[in-house]
Design a binder for this molecule. Sequence first.
Ligand code: HAM
Length: 437
Amino acid sequence: MNSSERLQAVKGMNDLLPPASAKWAHVERRAREVFEAHGYREIRTPIVEYTPLFVRSIGEATDVVEKEMYTFADRDQRSLTLRPEATAGVVRAYLEHSLPMKEPVTRWWCAGPMFRHERAQKGRYRQFYQMDVEAFGVAEPTIDAEQIALLHELFSGLGIAGIDTVVNSVGGPEDRPRYRDALLAWFQPRAAELCEDCRRRLTTNPLRILDCKQDADKAVVREAPSVLEHLGDPARAHFAGVQAALDALGVPYRVDPRLVRGLDYYTGTTFEVRGTGGELGTQNALGGGGRYDQLVAEMGGPPTPAIGFAFGVERVIMALPGADEDFEAAPDVFLAAHGEAARLACLRLARTLRAAGLRVDLEHRTTSIKAQLKRADRSRARAVAILGEAELAAETAQLKDLSSGEQRAVPQAELAAAVRGMAAAPSRRHGRAEPEV
Ligand code: HAM
């Protein structure tokens, strides 16, 4: 690298700094709690996989595989790909560890960065974070509804307003040929109105035309035959079951036969939860997923029904009200030292208070008491405890409530209880009261 070149992050890949990281941590914590309350357990898979895994599962004719994968040869000349999504790797792990035999119903969640070489813009990145849920071994429609409800309740519980939950069924493998024929009968005579990619999709995978970013708004795509009119009885009955369960749960949703997801492995139920808030703009899909009842068998496993979804953390953050700082927990107490002996006493006291469960900050640099008090105030600490020679001798501290200004001497042994006993001042933001999910 030329020394005059500025070091910078790769295009479409972002650093996450405080205080924004606190808002992320809040979302991740809530999601983990909600997933685990629904019986999902955490799994972690590698960020890179052998390339054929993604080509076979996501589908050769998808945008993700055709245009967006970060693929490279490693030193052994094997083709590796940075995961563009989590499901493929989760299915691989499910099979590699013999879960179909060990655990007939497997429910997993995972989280981490995904990579797609997309056109970077607001809400669409080349490295982005997903939180992902997958359930294997359940064919019944109630689990579809439960996952949709989970996503809806997680988002509304986080305080996201204007949630639009969209559901559809893309049918099973027995419905595909029928729908494919109907699409071809519609699109072939209108091929001239399609973009170049979609003309190619007429032979590779006509369903993908419905998902085209360039043609989506054109009448030729809008008025194409509806998948719901081409479902056979089993898919129709399953979808009716999903809707009945959603109604029983009281989840607001709408059916949109135009909802086609960008990955080829889906069969039957598909869903997407969108945010209608202004921040999101066109990248308004917060999360989505669906059934992939054929994928496990296609990957060499036994026939296994499966369903899952993922949400994009960046987009959920964009849709979530509240300033980043509101999600940061301020120190409970800031320790200020007057003199060298007091500084060591503060260091020891901080350890004791932290062991008692308090968030404690202190000044390591040699500065005046005035400067330390200023820093304490800026840190938004609830209180400051000042130690000088007199306090050292008496084994006390001057405890000052930074919202009321009240100050009193407290024995060091009682400091933790005294700080804990202070009511959090409403004008200061010590974390947030979190809404119930
Ligand atoms: P997906 O719809 O491709 O599904 O991605 C899920 C979510 O990830 C999107 O709704 C969006 O919030 C976020 N996302 C996708 N691409 C980007 C990007 N370039 N920048 C920022 N956010 C993005 C899947 O990935 C499936 N694996 C979901 C699934 C799990 N289906 C079954 N199981």
